[in-house]
Each structure stands twice: as structure tokens, then as C-alpha cells.
Design a protein around this ligand. Structure first.
Ligand SMILES: Cc1cc2nc3c(=O)[nH]c(=O)nc-3n(C[C@H](O)[C@H](O)[C@H](O)COP(=O)(O)O)c2cc1C
Length: 213
């Protein structure tokens, strides 16, 4: 059974989990990164699809200096260019996107032009791939996996960034081939683990409401 101290430790980890957008020069140890990956491995998965393949969840770990990081940087830019083109086409016919899509269009076109600020030299990038299965529940599974990893990184005093553009790589032949996976069969997500360069950001209060009915 867990103790009250265990419970308090969990609360502290939950409260201290924060996004990091700028890392310093330090590279995390292989041991710490392995512990973060192990937390991801323990995350729940969609069991109905998990038997389709021998390995349904992959973690690819790339430390600073790995030449594949330049390929990933280039592929993220190229994919963001395609994504923003598609978004613009959808915005022409979708009033919701016309009203709310400008921020996303702006962000994706910036990534298409300049790349993600954390590239080409992140301290440690972890690319996650999850088998899609007939249920197509890979995005939920990836979110659970990322959250486990984020909390573990927090507990290890490591900082964490999400690389959401990797979610668009499902059908990207060159990206999938880079990891030896067939295109269209795996969903992707990614994170960077390292040490924060600047002070913690003060973010806006979370606008959630609880309704006790
Ligand atoms: C679905 C989702 C996608 C996100 N994608 C990114 C991302 O690509 N890059 C990034 O820096 N932060 C990303 N974030 C982090 C949020 O911006 C961040 O969690 C939010 O601003 C609250 O800040 P906090 O994490 O410090 O509490 C994402 C968060 C969620 C839930």
C-alpha cells in the first residue's frame, strides 16, 4: 500500500510538472533517460490492438550530436509546410477554422519557415511510435505514455518539452523509414528531456471548472 508520504510526493510531482521551452547545455544521463522511457513503457495501451504486432510501442532515443536530428528537423519543417497548406484549404470552407484557425496557421507557418526553436540540437529527443490498430486509438495511448514520461522526468528533476508536430508524421514515408517503420501504421509523438535554461514560466491559471452535481 502507498503511504501518506507517497501520496504527498505524487501531489508535489503533479504540481511541479511544467513545460520547458529552452534548455541549457547539459545532456541528461542515459540512466535518467532510461527511467523516463520505462515510465512510458508502463503507460496503458489499447489492448484490443496490442496483439496485432510483436512490438506495438517503440521509443527512439537520440542524444545531442546524433546526425538523425538534422533529418528530423528538416522533415518537421517540410511536414509543417504541407500541414499549413491543408489548413489554409480547410479554412476557406470551414467557418469555425476561419474564426479560430489563425493562431494555428501562424504557428505552423513559422515552424515551416524556421523549424522548431529547440532544433537542430536538443539535449535528448525521444520519438515515440504506437501501433495504430483497427481502433485507431494510438493518439490516446501516446498521450498516456507522454504523461507518464513527463511526470517521471519531473520526479527526476529533469525538464520536458513536447514535440507535437511529430503527430503529423503518420503517413510521412521518409520519417517512418528513418525509424524502420512502415508508413501509415504507427502514430508518433515526441518529447525533449534536459535541463531548463531560464526561470520557470508563470502560466495563466488553468480555466477548469468542477461541477458537483
Ligand atoms: C495536446 C498538447 C499539445 C502540446 N504541444 C506542445 C508543443 O508542441 N510544444 C510545446 O512547447 N508545448 C506543448 N504543449 C504544452 C502546453 O503548451 C502547456 O502544457 C501549457 O501551456 C500549460 O503549461 P504547463 O505545462 O507549464 O502547465 C502541449 C500540451 C498539450 C496538452
Amino acid at each position: 500500500m502507498f503511504t501518506k508520504d507517497d501520496n504527498r510526493a505524487l501531489d508535489e510531482i503533479l504540481k511541479n510538472r511544467r513545460i520547458c521551452r529552452k534548455f541549457d547545455d547539459r545532456v541528461p544521463s542515459k540512466e535518467d533517460v532510461a527511467a523516463v522511457v520505462e515510465a512510458g513503457r508502463l503507460a496503458p495501451y489499447a489492448s484490443i490492438s496490442s496483439g496485432d504486432v510483436e512490438v506495438f510501442r517503440h521509443f527512439f532515443v537520440l542524444f545531442r550530436g546524433n546526425p538523425m536530428l538534422a533529418d528530423i528537423d528538416r522533415l518537421i519543417r517540410a511536414q509543417s509546410f504541407l500541414d499549413v497548406e491543408q489548413l489554409r484549404a480547410e479554412m476557406e470552407v470551414d467557418p469555425f477554422l476561419q474564426q479560430y484557425g489563425a493562431g494555428l496557421e501562424n504557428m505552423w507557418s513559422h515552424v515551416a519557415e524556421a523549424g522548431l526553436p529547440i532544433f537542430p540540437d536538443p539535449p535528448c529527443l525521444i520519438v515515440l511510435a504506437e501501433w495504430r490498430g483497427a481502433r485507431r486509438a494510438e493518439r490516446q495511448s501516446l498521450a498516456h505514455t507522454i504523461q507518464n514520461m513527463w511526470l517521471k522526468a519531473t520526479a527526476l528533476n529533469l525538464d520536458f518539452n513536447l514535440i507535437s508536430p511529430l503527430e503529423s508524421m503518420v503517413d510521412n514515408q521518409e520519417f517512418c523509414a528513418l525509424f524502420g517503420l512502415p508508413a501509415g501504421r504507427y502514430g508518433f509523438h515526441g518529447c525533449v528531456v534536459g535541463y531548463r535554461a531560464a526561470e520557470k514560466l508563470v502560466s495563466k491559471p488553468i480555466s477548469a471548472q468542477v461541477h458537483w452535481l
